[in-house]
Ligand binder design. Structure first.
Ligand code: F6R
Length: 616
């Protein structure tokens, strides 16, 4: 949470590129924003509550001079309300040291008291301002900016990514990291820093990632990285294959819509190069690191994740049970710490996370590893903490996901988990070569079958279904078996971007309580596609109709039985049953999008949310 972008170049005005980079990070928090630029007469700072557009308006009125060194921040508030005063960057009381921060300083009250006793005067309610004063304290007493920052961070407890500049040391930028991500961009004419790669793609494609406890000193022509003990660390940059265009809207009204429509391509990118059709198997890259013998050794699986990724994890558990006959459980990563300590020797824990930076998921992964367990990360961001720390890794190749409501990342995760199920099934012999071939063919056939979901009659069906949801306060999503996680995901999408209360439920539970809510103003979205749960879902739909409830059904195109019962139908292609979640989730994403659009909601940046939840 919170986005940071900083740049220091040999020449030129870097301010527009820094602000453009910040725009790509706005999904990480958007309650206030600020910019600092180095000038020959000191550092100028502008801060504004509200979105980045409010800061841009402020800069249009009250601009900053061009500069080859700039630092910017977009905030998701932890300490202190989202006001101009609390927006970052923060300075010490002489305006010499300027800091942006992502994370929480847990002992800030103690540090605040100590500095106030020494005469420091504070102008905000944030934990971050304390850091500016603390760094300034050491800096004024003779430490260079890097050394002062290291001394200050040694006193701070909590989680942070900080970037610091000083009017006493123009041309230097210092970054430090504990838990919250920091990437460093290496360019021909400068060095750059940000909390995510997309922010720097318009400046460079070569990156380094700071590890936990590390700090860096950046100048226009060089970078030095130091470990927690202050020893120099040598690290070669890696080249990022993401393009700047992938991090842009490309003509779509919203990132969410663009990302929904990219899903057929995500399937191709995440899956097709890895399918070994003649062997009926899947070949992951080296970072997977689990051979047949290792895969045969596991007796149990555990899946952990949060939010949308948790729904993908639930599907992963079902797919692995189905194709590899391996039992498993799925836990909210935030709950794992409270679960009983069970032996880990013969289990594999799969952590699913789009960003690879979700604090709850990382904490759970580290706890499993501390208990001696093996971890496999399913992640979309190369170089993220999960991608680096999980013992084994499968990358989803979804490209950067910018919309706060996750769509294509879920799709990529489920595709990756399906492939994992085939791989493990083949290794364990629960799938023969022919059976593996058939599963891979199903996956290959899926892509063209998705096309009708993006055509105009499908969009009209979504509009008609949205008519039923726009006026209501609350609704229910029902599914069974593999369609239960899809129902949960559909409900999450609706609530997070439309603010309509939506509850996902196993359809069999309806009669055990929620049925009491059914009336004409409480619609039910029922997933009734062909397969094992179809007949029972038809019964559930009938039960809702018998109580004057209104039903939106996700059903196979041409299914007359469902059409005769439901008030609106979202038609989907009839695909292999194990892959139906990938087809069925798309109209539910489109439905949430359409309802939110009609209600005038801020689709890409819904209230109170942020992408990449880096605090527990
Ligand atoms: C919902 C959404 C969140 C994330 C969750 C986990 O649309 O995006 O629920 O899925 O915060 O994030 P990752 O996958 O980055 O660990």
């Amino acid at each position: 949470m919170c986005g940071i972008v900083g740049a220091v170049q040999t020449h030129g005005n870097v301010v527009p590129a820094v602000l453009a980079g910040l725009k790509t990070l706005e999904y990480r928090g958007y309650d206030s924003a600020g910019l600092a630029v180095m000038t020959p007469h000191g550092i100028q700072v502008r801060r504004k509550s509200g979105k980045l557009s409010a800061l841009e308006a402020e800069l249009a009125q009250n601009g900053v001079p061009p500069s080859s060194q700039a630092l910017a921040h977009t905030r998701w508030a932890t300490h202190g309300a989202p006001t101009d005063r609390n927006a970052h960057p923060h300075c010490d009381d002489r305006g010499e040291v300027v800091v942006v921060h992502n994370g929480i300083i847990e002992n800030y009250a103690e540090l605040h008291g100590m500095l106030a006793a020494q005469g420091h005067a504070f102008s905000s309610e944030t934990d971050t301002e304390v850091l500016a004063h603390l760094i300034a304290h050491f800096h004024r007493n003779g430490d260079d900016l890097h050394s002062a920052t290291r001394k200050a961070m040694a006193l701070a407890h909590g989680a942070y990514a900080v970037v610091v500049i000083s009017a006493r040391e123009p041309g230097t930028m210092v970054a430090a990291r504990l838990e919250s991500p920091v990437v460093i961009g290496v360019g021909e004419h400068g060095r750059y820093v940000a909390s995510g790669i997309p922010a720097l793609l318009n400046l460079t494609r070569d990156f380094l990632v700071l590890e936990n406890g590390e700090s860096a000193r950046l100048t226009p022509t060089g970078h030095e990285i130091y470990d927690a003990r202050g020893q120099r660390v040598e690290r070669a940059p890696f080249r990022c294959e993401w393009t700047p265009e992938q991090a842009e809207k490309g003509g779509y009204a919203h990132f969410m819509l663009k990302e929904i429509e990219e899903q057929p391509d995500v399937l191709a990118r995440t899956a097709f190069d890895r399918l070994r059709d003649p062997e009926g198997d899947v070949a992951f890259e080296d970072e997977f690191g689990l051979d047949d013998a290792a895969l045969r050794g596991f007796r149990r699986l555990r899946f952990m994740a949060m939010g949308t990724s948790f729904h993908a994890a639930l599907l992963g558990q079902m797919l692995l049970a189905e194709l590899a006959r391996l039992p498993g459980e799925t836990l909210n990563a935030s709950e794992f710490l409270y679960s009983a300590r069970l032996p880990e020797e013969d289990s594999l824990t799969v952590i699913v996370s789009q960003s690879g930076e979700t604090a709850d998921s990382l904490r759970a992964m580290r706890e499993v590893q501390a208990r001696g367990g093996r971890t496999l990360g399913i992640c979309n961001v190369r170089g993220s903490t999960l991608a680096r720390e999980a013992r084994h890794l499968v990358l989803t190749h979804c490209g950067p996901e910018v919309g706060v409501a996750s769509t294509k990342a879920f799709f990529g995760q489920v595709a990756a988990l399906y492939m994992l199920a085939v791989r493990v099934g083949r290794a364990r012999g629960t799938l023969s070569r022919e059976q593996g071939q058939a599963r891979l063919l199903d996956l290959r056939k899926l892509r063209p079958m998705l096309d009708p979901l993006f055509e105009s009659d499908a969009k009209q069906a979504v509009e008609a279904a949205a008519d039923l949801l726009v006026p209501v306060r609350s609704c229910l999503y029902l599914g069974r078996g593999l369609q239960l996680p899809v129902a949960l995901e559909g409900a999450l999408k609706l609530k997070e971007i439309s603010y309509i209360h939506a509850e996902g439920y196993p359809a069999g539970e309806m009669k055990h309580g929620p049925i009491a809510l059914i009336d004409p103003s409480f619609p039910v979205v029922a997933i009734a596609t062909p397969g094992r749960s179809y007949d029972k879902m038809i019964s559930n739909i009938q039960e809702v109709k018998a109580r004057q409830g209104r039903v939106i059904a996700v059903a196979a195109r041409g299914d007359r039985k469902v059409a005769a019962l439901a008030d609106a139908v979202l038609p989907v292609p009839e695909v292999a049953e194990l892959l139906a979640p990938l087809a069925n989730v798309i109209p539910l994403q489109q439905l949430a999008y359409t309802v939110a659009l009609r209600l005038g909601r801020d689709i890409d940046q819904p209230r109170n949310l942020a992408k990449s939840v880096t605090v527990e």
